[in-house]
Design a protein around this ligand. Structure first.
Ligand code: PDD
Length: 283
């Protein structure tokens, strides 16, 4: 079952208003939340980011955090998500439907939509790593907002896929920002480097968990921009996201990173993350 604009709807029965601004303009926001063994991971952090995205696009959310909590927990119940299940919850809020003009119509009611999908953890991939392709960051200048406008991300991801890689690494004039749907970390001399959480990247929930875990465990973290030569000479690279978790990147544009194997620092972070999930989510 899906939750659509205040109603519970069977799969295949949901309808979109042709003048919904999410549909016409990508005018809306979203979150993707991980469900580990039937339990949501970092739900509060996702809600906080959702409210921030809403504020940044001048969208006033008519739902309290408690109401959104209730929708999410009913969604899990109605879809029989149990302790057996790894899944993702998708929640989107569009600005709503109104005759099509670019400026924001007054009195418009936001439209909420949410569903869950079974999604296995990428266990095998996390052991062997992905390959990546460098590409120009063609997106806009507010990548910190989790907006439905994802065409830039779609095109750069496809660029990587067409080149036979799993993810694209984005750069603006040679400065590395993030990936098409994940954050990027470089490892150099046992320290982590990642772009600061400003307007050029999404402030990833997994990125923050990794930064916290690294610091708690004596791994230095530098949140500062780095360039393409630094990227290519890194000892290790990895990306982070809700669905890909902590994913090693073993080559960029066909050139091996470090010795071209999954590195020891990323393996340590994966182990720490596993422990963290077991103690913080699955209890
Ligand atoms: N993507 N950067 C971008 C551009 C993203 O789209 C995402 C998430 C991330 C990682 O954020 P988090 O750790 O909070 O998932 C970074 C989601 C999963 C998606 O669009 O499917």
């Amino acid at each position: 079952m899906l939750y659509v604009d205040g109603k519970w709807v069977e799969e295949g029965q949901a309808a979109v208003n042709p003048e919904d601004r999410g549909y016409n303009f990508g005018d809306g926001i979203y979150e993707v939340v991980r469900i580990y063994k039937g339990k949501m991971y970092q739900w509060d952090a996702h809600l906080t980011r959702l409210y921030r995205s809403a504020r940044e696009i001048k969208l006033e959310l008519p739902w309290s955090m408690e109401e959104l909590n209730e929708i999410a927990s009913q969604l899990l119940q109605k879809n029989n998500i149990s302790e057996e299940d790894d899944a993702t919850l998708y929640l989107q809020i569009s600005r709503g439907a109104a005759p099509r003009v670019h400026d924001i119509p007054s009195g418009i009611q936001p439209v909420i939509m949410a569903f869950v999908r079974h999604k296995a953890r990428p266990v095998a991939d996390m052991k062997k790593g992905w390959t990546a392709q460098l590409v120009d960051d063609i997106r806009w200048l507010r990548c910190d907002i989790k907006t439905l406008n994802l065409l830039g991300a779609v095109l750069v991801k496809q660029y990587a896929k067409d080149a036979g890689a799993q993810e694209s690494i984005l750069h603006r004039n040679g400065t590395i920002t993030e990936c098409s749907s994940s954050n990027l970390f470089a490892v150099k001399n046992e320290a982590l480097y990642t772009h600061p959480a400003d307007h050029l990247i999404l402030h990833g929930i997994t990125r923050q968990s990794v930064i916290d875990l690294a610091k708690e465990n004596g791994i230095p973290v530098h949140e500062k921009p780095f360039d393409i030569p630094f990227l290519m000479q890194a000892d290790e690279l990895f990306l982070t996201s809700t669905t890909a978790e902590i994913m090693p990147l073993i080559s960029v544009d066909g050139q091996p990173i470090g010795d071209g194997q999954v590195g020891t620092v990323v393996q340590k972070l994966q182990a720490l993350f596993e422990q963290h999930i077991n103690t913080n989510v699955l209890v």
